[in-house]
Unconditional design. Structure first.
Lengths: 117, 117, 117, 117, 117, 117
């Protein structure tokens, strides 16, 4: 369980490489565009990653939630700020979001366990 | 067309009053909780309204988009900052979001037409 | 505005006839199966229509909401019982359901205006 | 596999305690409101849990489905009544619901295996 | 009513121009990528437009449905082939798709009324 | 991991048998209708399975994706044609589809590993 985030990151990067091998121009460009969407623009990267996190929660995608939580924590958002963002997602998306809230809170904890030791 | 936002606000406040009259305790409390979710906490109201806007776009709800656009503009987010948030929503949610992007860009324009004169 | 429900019912029955004319066997059978799903079984029709209403609210489809509200009111569910069902939908589906809650509360009112006179 | 429901309940109560520890007022209040939504009101708890189950199925959330199946079985709904509710969810939500129907039918069986011995 | 498709096309192209004026690089690139996704590749444009149509129906977006119906009819798909695609969308997406099926069947009829005269 | 598709097929057929045992007429008829939706009509089975695949991707259901990938590969769609269909799904559904794209690309690979040896 402790390694859930690590396994996700491993699988994610492994499969992204496999997808790159396919050499589908449209898919490749979409991945680039996805990366660019979170770079500094009128909004900074920190804010955009938080937007991506809340979007992922209301759309109920655990892998997307984990990806953005890791980014948000590395960009310096505090746990309490993330919990506040989780709350917005919970209110907008309703109780159907609760299983993903459990997952998200656990992911924050797992991240700190892996990095604070 | 110019009055689309005004009509929405009128209908919204009229029906919210009607819902209040119903005196359903659960519904009433949910409305309070919804209001509180955007008040200053670990995150400030400005950031939370932007989160609410992106959540509304990926969930594809025009009324919710209009509500949060008005809040965001009144809290001082610039058009370019909103467009950057729209872009995150577009990338996360895909081309199915485009009709709501059209609506959102139009709502920003309508807001300025109503307030800059 | 008073005639919103009537217009919906007119359009709905007009287009359902047009769809029947198409004579697509799969579509025809789906429509039959849809009708049968709400007939008395282990659960009675009243309960099933209420289930259909809540499903329609969390999936955020105003036409489906109106259809099931009319059925529920004709089957004797009281306004307060419907409001209680609306509340379950609101909690499960979150604030993104609110525009549909407004629509649903208005539809209940419109139904009574049309039938109590 | 026999222990799938037990593991879910363990994880669910463990993480709900962890979420309570966070002491986020908005999240805490949402959890209370969620609990209250299923208490006796104009509709009784039995009916509301069945509404919650169908809402969970059309929104395709296995954890939510399991939670409401357990509640429904403990409140005395028969298997055939639940299957009738599953059918409404299947018709409203379509074949995309089928994997969740498999999960739900299995959960009903697992519940009885655990309780009838 | 006859002009519903024409109004949609007018609004769509008007707002797409307005969005282009915004000069947001990410949004601009997404629009290009969206256009390219339907050009001849391993699959031909005709097949891809039909895929786009079914995706739009199960995601329940009337504007997207109208856009792809127009493309499909101009690329030579027959009404009966479109109805067969509608049926797949109806089975996958369930009765919640029915209001969009009504819209889609009407759009096919409106297209022919505008072009056969 | 190599056996993921085999396990899915085993679980799927096992639970479908269990669902058949329940003898719920509505559910049984829906399963028949679902099968019929992909038989030769105005569109052929190959095209319909590809439509079902894209619908499953934008609705983000891994089990449904796997089912249609297997059908598509057995009906002779090439990997590059499937990737082109995945790209349409990715553009329509956005980055929230990416975890399902990873799953789908892996499923295509697993299918070939199992059948080419």
């Amino acid at each position: 369980m402790n390694d859930r985030l690590k396994e996700f990151e491993h699988y994610r990067s492994h499969m992204n490489e496999r997808i790159a091998e396919i050499e589908h121009l449209g898919i490749k460009r979409f991945f680039n565009l996805d990366t660019q969407a979170y770079t500094q623009g009128s909004l900074d990267t920190r804010t955009k990653e938080l937007l991506g996190l809340v979007a992922s929660m209301v759309l109920r995608c655990n892998d997307c939630i984990d990806y953005h939580i890791i980014q948000c924590l590395e960009l310096g958002w505090s746990d309490n700020e993330l919990y506040d963002a989780f709350n917005v997602a919970l209110i907008v998306g309703g109780s159907i979001v609760i299983p993903h809230l459990r997952h998200a809170v656990e992911s924050v904890d797992l991240y700190h366990q892996a990095h604070n030791k």
